[in-house]
Design a protein around this ligand. Structure first.
Ligand SMILES: [Zn+2]
Length: 344
């Protein structure tokens, strides 16, 4: 199947089809920035950002380009308000402490959303530089934005003490986020990758997840797919008590951590593609290349047969991950392709 382009191979993988190719996609935004001579300047300059993403991808030989993290709804709606420490907020985090604060939220104006313009410009430059590579944009979903505006601890408190408050805020950010997701996809992002650390089993109960997150997740995911985007949900932390729920929410792929990969493949492999879970810190950053190779190969052999599998570390790849460890991960995918003889 060598006639398939890289984009086609990755799209087919997300549709759980066999291509003979195992994509290797580390979540590498911070990694690429850390390894760029421009460093933090990349976060404000699209040209430098795109250069960092492209050169890291080429040098280390992994797949796909990251367009950056979009948190513009939180900042546009909460910016300028007082946060929980009494400081005027830039990010919008922690600005909604009590129900009365909802009235202070700024109406979302898409034209004035600086972060949206930045990520769209990143996408334009990335597409220009490497049209063959799929582009992945990172963004928060409605529950993640509500919890950021309320501040995590306060969000958790109100799940118990004032459900209506949490629902009202989640609903208020829903439409602005949908507009932004549609704009980001229209600008050329192929895949949206939604990291959900705050609402996993490490943080909230299954019952709260069902009541406060799932209905919004399903609606939001549907909007993304209707807009033509591919969707990867990053189940950050321990989600073992709710994979049966999140696999019904419409995502093409789950990027997992702390899970039994083989079991997930058996149980959900017919409905959801899987992106794997090489420990980012203890293996990618701290182990030697042999260990990275062994763990990567084990992940591939647990879940790549039949297609629908992407090899990846379990969370953001640390900036100080050694080059030879990344090369070992990429080499393991090649070795697994050989062992599986095209059945991946
Ligand atoms: Zn994570």
């Amino acid at each position: 199947m060598s006639e398939l382009s890289k984009r086609e191979k990755i799209f087919l993988t997300l549709s759980r089809k066999q291509t003979g190719y195992i994509p290797v996609i580390p979540s590498a935004t911070s990694f690429a920035i850390t390894n760029s001579p421009y460093g933090a300047e990349c976060r404000k300059d699209s040209q430098k950002f795109a250069e960092a993403m492209v050169s890291a991808r080429r040098y280390f030989g992994y797949d796909a380009l990251w367009a950056g993290l979009f948190q513009g709804v939180t900042s546009c709606m909460g910016q300028g308000l007082e946060d929980k420490n009494g400081k005027i907020s830039q990010s919008g985090d922690g600005t909604i402490q009590k129900p009365e604060d909802l009235k202070k939220l700024r109406p979302f104006n898409i034209e004035k959303c600086v972060q949206l313009h930045f990520i769209k410009e990143n996408i334009r430059l990335l597409k220009q530089e490497e049209p063959e590579e799929p582009i992945i944009a990172i963004m928060d979903n409605p529950s993640m934005v509500a919890s950021a505006l309320m501040d995590g601890g306060n969000y958790y408190y109100h799940l118990v003490h004032n459900p209506a408050f949490v629902h009202e805020l989640t609903e208020m950010v829903f439409e602005p986020l949908t507009l932004c997701a549609q704009e980001i996809i229209a600008a050329g992002a192929d895949i949206l990758w939604l990291p959900l650390p705050t609402i996993g089993g490490t943080c909230i109960s299954r019952q709260h997840y069902q009541e406060f997150c799932m209905p919004y997740n399903k609606r939001f995911n549907q909007k993304i797919i209707q807009a033509g985007g591919k969707l990867i949900i990053h189940t950050c932390g321990n989600w073992n008590d709710r994979f049966d729920l999140v696999t019904t929410e419409g995502a093409h792929c789950l990027h997992i951590a702390e899970a039994d990969l083989g079991m997930l493949k058996k149980t959900y492999g017919n409905t959801t593609a899987l992106m794997s879970q090489i420990p980012s810190v203890f293996t990618m950053m701290l182990a030697d290349p042999k260990q990275v190779f062994a763990q990567s190969l084990a992940d591939c052999l647990a879940a790549a047969e039949g297609g629908g599998f992407i090899l990846s570390p379990d969370c953001g790849m640390p900036g100080k991950t050694p080059a030879e460890n990344i090369k070992a991960m990429v080499a393991a995918a090649k070795e697994a392709e050989r062992i599986l003889a095209g059945k991946c």
